[in-house]
Write a protein that binds this ligand. Sequence first.
Ligand SMILES: *[C@@H]1O[C@H](CO)[C@@H](O)[C@H](O)[C@H]1NC(C)=O
Ligand SMILES: *[C@@H]1O[C@H](CO)[C@@H](O)[C@H](O)[C@H]1NC(C)=O
Ligand SMILES: *[C@@H]1O[C@H](CO)[C@@H](O)[C@H](O)[C@H]1NC(C)=O
Length: 519
Amino acid sequence: MLLVPTIVCVLVLGLASPVEIEAGSPLKVLGLFPHPGVSHFHFFYPIMRGLAEAGHDVSVVSHFPDKNPVAHYKDFPLSGIEKLTNTVDLKMFEKRTFYNHFVEFFLLHDWGKEACNFTLRSDALQQILKRKQGYFDVIIMEQFNTDCMMGVAHQLQAPVIALSSCVMMPWHYERMGAPIIPSYIPALFMAQSQDMDFGGRLANWFSFHALNWMYKLISTPVADAMVQYKFGHDVPSVGELAKNTSLFFVNQHFSLSGPKPLPPNVIELGGIHIQKAKGLPADLQRLLDNAEHGVILISWGSMIRANSLTTAKRDGIVRAAARLKQLVIWKWENDTLPNKPDNMHIMKWLPQRDILCHPNVKVFMTHAGLMGSSEAAYCGVPVVATPMYGDQFLNAAALVQRGMGTLLNFEDISENTVMRALKKTLDKSFADAARTVSYSFKHRPQQALQSALWWVEHVANTGGAPLLKPSAVEMSRFVYYSLDCYVVVGLLLTIIIGSWISLIQRICGSSSSKKTKKD
Ligand SMILES: *[C@@H]1O[C@H](CO)[C@@H](O)[C@H](O)[C@H]1NC(C)=O
Ligand SMILES: *[C@@H]1O[C@H](CO)[C@@H](O)[C@H](O)[C@H]1NC(C)=O
Ligand SMILES: *[C@@H]1O[C@H](CO)[C@@H](O)[C@H](O)[C@H]1NC(C)=O
């Protein structure tokens, strides 16, 4: 008797969700995050936690174990390597004569090598490798400065979803079959927006291709050596394994970094780390509510210690603040600040997102890290950007191009430059542009976290989303850009034009030689 309704139920449920192969069964998800930068993890964590909250079984190998994990979220902590938090000394940027992106490439390369070596030898990974092949339904990993973890994914035989906490690196495009168009897509390391002049485009073209090749020729072999030392010499090159990446989640959004041609296996999740407002502590709320002339927030993120500023620069900022009528809130790690004016409030730690979204906040002085830039875009706050390294120059250029930011070079910081930049950015046009960006940043067909969860389940349920993989991934770039066709058509045109020219020359030549005979 009971059987009939059960069968009906099963049939109805089966029909209701035809897409999902195993509707409802929790997935086993592995996260591999060997890079010790906490700002990167701020992008990964909401996805991993969101998966656990949705009922999936989540195992996370990272440097940042969750202090109060939700159910189904299990940490496999990497410990012992220096975490890149609050460790950047601003004095590093005082002499920036040759601190360009090629130097940065080698810095990233070294970090990648170290993180790879460390993770492959870690106890955390040994525990994960005890699982048999096919145990995990999907592996989510950071793809940044090394493809070392693709070797681990190969051992575990599970589909891979890549995460990038900044825009894609020059070496990430080919593996997803995405076009590199250096005429308007600025490379990560360039301080440019989509509007480039000829010099800018030439430099961008060169950087894109040079860095892509440097990665292939320098970073990939180093990762291969470590992976093959660990797992044996029959493991394919991680460069080949990287082409097996099913999906790429990238921390960008067109409203800020500009629209780009991305295949459907690259998903923009910019702003995923931004949570619902938590509510400010009462004293801070009162401070912000009562700031009748508005508030300027200065915060240079988690990696930079503000108290390592030189005295001249620190005094410049302090004196500029004293000349303003706005309230200035500064994330400052010391208890005291020499010559602190009355309209300045210092805090060692502050709830940046909630402060930024307060309607009285007029300008945000930032290092243009992607997290802070996204929060400014979300809350619609104009910025004075002082980029220092990595992708900050690119983010700053995007904020300026969108009309919601002013650039203030770190080496130029002084009372007058700070004053000028703040005055300019307090103009209404900046607030209007910021509001426009904010609207598009917030209003999406699906919120970033929902998109991420949907796609993770899709990749797991389709065994790696093979239909999403463009044939372009296996093509050489020579063929991909139709250069073979250009060569053949060029040759044909040369032959046709060449034979016409020689024909004309022969006719003219013979007629002129007749003439000379007559004479
Ligand atoms: C990896 O780490 C070990 C021990 O810390 C060290 O002896 C070895 O040289 C490192 N290998 C590479 C390739 O850096
Ligand atoms: C590529 O990924 C699929 C799963 O998505 C896996 O079955 C296959 O073995 C992988 N290929 C390599 C070379 O690891
Ligand atoms: C920060 O505080 C320490 C100790 O409290 C002090 O030695 C240092 O000079 C302070 N730095 C600045 C920039 O105020």
